[in-house]
Design a protein around this ligand. Structure first.
Ligand code: HAM
Length: 424
């Protein structure tokens, strides 16, 4: 036998037994974003490498070591998108959607990062992202967070998620803070782990993110970003907090929340859980007022977030708090050659009359026992059975597969009435 080819590490198949949960999650998300008037945008999964270098930042983990970058046949450097914000801004600029306009957009799709795979962390993963352009006040930041909170309620996840919030203030304020922090960290160089020593000059703010317990005490004494906030950023942050308070949304101001992508300013936030081990951030985002201009457009304020669908699916799986619909409602069986065509007709008629029901017709023949076994395995509520005798009398037999009810025999005309009784 020849050797089987396997999927690429960290890139997973989503099998039918799991896709039902994915569809449920995607359905709830679509409904929630639509209920706020957001519109879908779809971008390609491959972009010019420079797009990500210029937006996410040259000295971030993503750009330094996680991008799937390759030369295409024309010798252009292309990259599988590691996130959606840069592409969304590129598309908005390219099609003139941003300047002097307001846009509330969302997207869903695969992203690619060459990270070390583990539970909740994959090399191909899926995000739903939401991006808003042309609005600069804290009201829209609050809307985005309120929207995510609604989503958690709908999914039954509220109890398991907490909101962390921070402000990265203006670029000038952050630059001032950066030098104060760097000076402080230089004074504690021997406490820094190898990774942090490397980051000290390139991206010192990211050191604040470190989970290394040996550095915890030293970091807790570090200068605080909020001490360097400019007045407008402070006002923006206070405005956001007041709106979250009014909406009854709890949050923790985490001074050390800095995010791993360079484009943020002012508001940053993360929804985190402790039920997924190390990969606890299920949704993250913030404001990026400088990015549109940085990518060649005219200055346009922007804010957004993205959530990791694998992590949400894992949480839903653990909680197992929703009854997912079966793939099939009605299984139509034909016993004997003469019944096959009438059974196919009945199945088509049911699909015409009940477009939301899932009707599966048995194919491949076989005896009564075998067909009923299939019907049962399909998860259907009922089997509609046609034998030669039923065909001769224009009848069908109905066998209830989940309820303790006797088998019934009804005419083809009466069938719809019976089916109506178990439509939810
Ligand atoms: P991010 O924090 O890099 O932000 O990713 C957002 C979310 O995607 C994470 O919180 C996590 O749930 C999920 N995620 C990230 N990497 C992986 C992975 N390797 N495996 C599984 N899930 C993962 C962004 O991507 C920004 N574009 C968010 C944003 C939108 N900011 C403003 N607008």
């Amino acid at each position: 036998m020849s050797k089987q080819i396997q999927a690429i590490r960290g890139m997973n198949d989503i099998l039918p037994e799991h896709s039902r949960r994915w569809q449920y999650l995607e359905g709830v998300i679509r409904q929630v974003v639509a209920s706020y008037g957001y519109e879908e945008i779809r971008m390609p999964v491959v972009e010019q490498t420079d797009l990500f270098k210029r937006s996410i930042g040259e000295v971030t983990d993503i750009v330094e070591k996680e991008m799937y970058t390759f030369e295409d046949r024309n010798g252009d450097s292309l990259t599988l998108r590691p996130e959606g914000t840069a592409s969304c801004v590129r598309a908005g600029n390219e099609h003139g959607l941003l300047y002097n306009q307001q846009q509330r957009l969302w997207y869903m799709g695969p992203m690619f990062r060459h990270e070390r795979p583990q539970k909740g962390r994959y090399r191909q993963f899926h995000q739903v992202g939401v991006e808003v352009f042309g609005l600069q006040g804290p009201d829209i930041d609050a809307e985005l967070i309120v929207m995510t909170a609604r989503l958690w309620r709908q999914l039954g996840l509220s109890e398991h998620l907490t909101l962390e919030l921070n402000s990265l203030a203006s670029n000038a304020a952050r630059a001032e803070y950066k030098s104060a922090l760097t000076e402080y960290l230089r004074g504690h160089y021997d406490v820094l782990d190898e990774d942090s020593q490397r980051r000290l000059e390139s991206n010192p703010l990211r050191i604040l993110d470190s989970k290394n317990p040996a550095m915890a005490e030293m970091l807790s004494q570090a200068p605080k970003l909020s001490e360097y906030w400019d007045d407008e950023s402070r006002e923006h942050f206070t405005g956001l907090c007041a709106r979250l308070d009014a909406a009854g949304i709890e949050y923790r101001h985490n001074e050390r929340l800095v995010r791993g992508l360079d484009y943020y300013n002012r508001t940053v936030f993360e929804w985190v859980t402790d039920s997924l081990g190390a990969q606890g951030t299920v949704c993250a985002g913030g404001r990026y007022d400088g990015l549109v201009e940085q990518l060649g457009g005219k200055g346009t304020p922007a804010v957004g977030f993205a959530m990791g669908l694998e992590r949400l699916v894992l949480m839903l799986e653990q909680l197992d708090n929703v009854e997912l619909p079966q793939a099939v409602d009605i299984y139509v069986s034909a016993m004997g050659d003469a019944a096959e065509l009438p059974a196919a007709k009945i199945a088509e008629r049911l699909r015409d009359d009940f477009p939301t029901l899932r009707v599966m017709q048995h194919c491949g023949g076989g005896n009564f026992k075998k067909q009923l076994k299939r019907a049962d395995k399909s998860g259907a509520e009922v089997a509609v059975i046609l034998g030669e005798e039923e065909v001769a009398n224009q009848m069908v037999s109905i066998k209830y597969l989940r309820a303790d009810k006797p088998q019934a025999s009804v005419s083809w005309e009466q069938l719809n009435q019976v089916i109506t009784t178990f439509i939810k």
